[in-house]
Design a protein around this ligand. Structure first.
Ligand SMILES: Cc1ncc(COP(=O)(O)O)c(C=O)c1O
Length: 459
């Protein structure tokens, strides 16, 4: 019998539940007797099933069927969450990650339970250097620092003095709330520049670089949070050349790099010829955010100081998390999982666009997000984003008003950030219909109130 037949037969039994999740497969010898084939044929079939993450091996024990949590597990019944930013527990490969953690303990032993280099494991930095080369970032491991989530890198950079001796931080408006919080807690002077669906005004950017004492410009060029949109190649090239011209550093937060679908979408870092771009990558949206893993690529002029700040913050990032990431990246599991997420999220983003164009026409406008996990929904003037969000919460539908993404001094948009990370296609369609219905109810309630108020005035 051919190995494909054995594989398909086993697969069918696993998918139908005939072989239960968590149970052990019969031994290779038993399977070869059962299918009247050689042991090599069975081994090949088993290898394929392991690659497809249907089974996993336990050394000296055998092969086990992976237990997958049901899609709705970890998600309260009925709740539709367009506000979430952390991955859907239903699609996180817990078993694989657990398996990676076990392998990490076996492979690294003592090294996992002691203090390490503040920059992180050299072997992991080498693996990350290769991984980043796929996105046109060519960084030697000596310039890479593993951080405890990209959030830590942002915090350290906002705290550090920079060689340009400047002090203010320029941020896009709207901006990732986590960065706004850092600046406010550290008492750093923030300056805002508008970013819309069509990007940045490059003349205004140049005026800021020329006239203000800007230490760095914080930007999220790819799948912006909360806009969902990406900067053009021209914008990225211009940012890199203005950085050199005016001695302003760029902090490029590429938190969703692994979800990119356009192989030509290079980061600003790839256009940097003057060593002024600090590139930050997060591993939270593909692996577990709880592992707290990110990486920062620093220009040679900043790495020593950054290492000192990192070390004074937490000595080093959890060795267990680092080892799990190294195993995932090295084995290709991370890349395969990222590809699965890209497909899933792509389908969901299309479902969001379809539902919005079907149910939310007059005055609503969804940003043209080409991928990623977020899109911005602008509301008509007569609906206040926070008020409608509060009404939706009563119906167990959660959205994220973008007012929180603006500096107090800047004019904010009447909009929400909609996330598809924890909603499936059915929930998206259902959720958008509830938004339509609730908006209509709010309007008719307002009309009634207006009528009763005018009636009272008249009496
Ligand atoms: C734009 C952006 N940057 C950074 C972070 C922080 O991510 P991490 O989990 O890597 O600290 C987030 C989290 O949602 C984010 O949206």
């Amino acid at each position: 019998m051919k190995y494909e037949n054995v594989k398909n037969d086993l697969k069918q039994q696993i998918n139908s539940g005939a072989i239960k999740p968590g149970s052990k497969l019969p031994s290779i010898r038993e399977l070869s007797v059962q299918w009247k084939c050689s042991k090599n044929t069975v081994i090949r079939a088993i290898d394929e099933l392991e690659k497809e993450h249907l089974i996993y091996s336990v050394p000296k024990s055998g092969y086990y069927v992976i237990v997958r949590p049901s899609k709705s597990e970890g998600r309260p019944e009925g709740r539709i969450d367009f506000a979430a930013a952390s991955p859907d527990p239903g699609i996180i490969p817990y078993e694989e990650i657990g398996h990676g953690l076990n392998r990490a303990v076996q492979l690294y032993g003592d090294r996992l339970f002691t203090y390490g280099d503040p920059l992180g494991f050299l072997s992991l930095r080498e693996t990350i250097s290769q991984h980043m080369a796929v996105s046109q970032i060519f960084a030697e491991p000596e310039r890479i620092c593993i951080v405890s989530g990209s959030q830590q890198a942002l915090h350290l950079l906002a705290s550090m003095p920079f060689p340009n001796g400047k002090s203010a931080i320029l941020v896009e408006q709207p901006c990732y709330t986590g960065m706004l919080r850092i600046m406010s807690l550290l008492g750093v002077t923030p300056i805002g520049i508008a970013r819309t669906e069509s990007g940045l005004d490059l003349d205004e950017l140049e005026r800021h670089f020329r006239n203000n004492s800007i230490k760095f410009f914080y930007t999220v060029p790819r799948y912006h949070n909360p806009l969902g949109t990406s900067l053009s190649r021209l914008e990225k090239e211009t940012i890199a050349s203005l950085a050199e011209k005016y001695d302003v550093y760029i902090v490029e937060d590429d938190y969703l790099a692994d979800l990119e679908t356009d192989s030509k979408a290079d980061p600003i870092c790839s256009y940097d010829h003057s060593g002024r771009v600090i590139y930050i990558r997060s591993f939270s949206k593909i692996m577990l955010p709880g592992l707290r893993l990110g990486a920062a690529v620093l220009p040679a002029s900043l790495i020593t100081l950054f290492r000192m700040y990192k070390s004074s913050s937490d000595l080093s990032t959890s060795a267990l998390s680092q080892a799990a990431l190294e195993i995932h990246l090295g084995s290709g599991l991370f890349q395969r999982h990222a590809a699965r997420m890209r497909d899933r999220y792509g389908i969901r983003m299309k479902a969001l666009q379809k539902a919005c164009s079907q149910y939310l026409n007059e005055g609503f406008r969804l940003s043209k997000s080409a991928g990623g996990i977020f899109a911005q929904l602008e509301l008509p003037d007569h609906l206040v984003a926070e008020e409608l969000a509060a009404a939706l919460r009563q119906k167990d539908v959660y959205v994220f008003p973008t007012m929180q993404c603006y500096l107090p001094s800047m004019e904010s948009a009447n909009s929400w950030r909609l996330s598809i990370i924890r909603t499936n296609e059915l929930e998206i369609e259902h959720g958008i219909r509830i938004i339509r219905q609730t908006a209509d109810e709010l309007m008719s309630q307002r009309r009634t109130n207006k009528f009763s108020r005018s009636a009272i005035t008249w009496i």
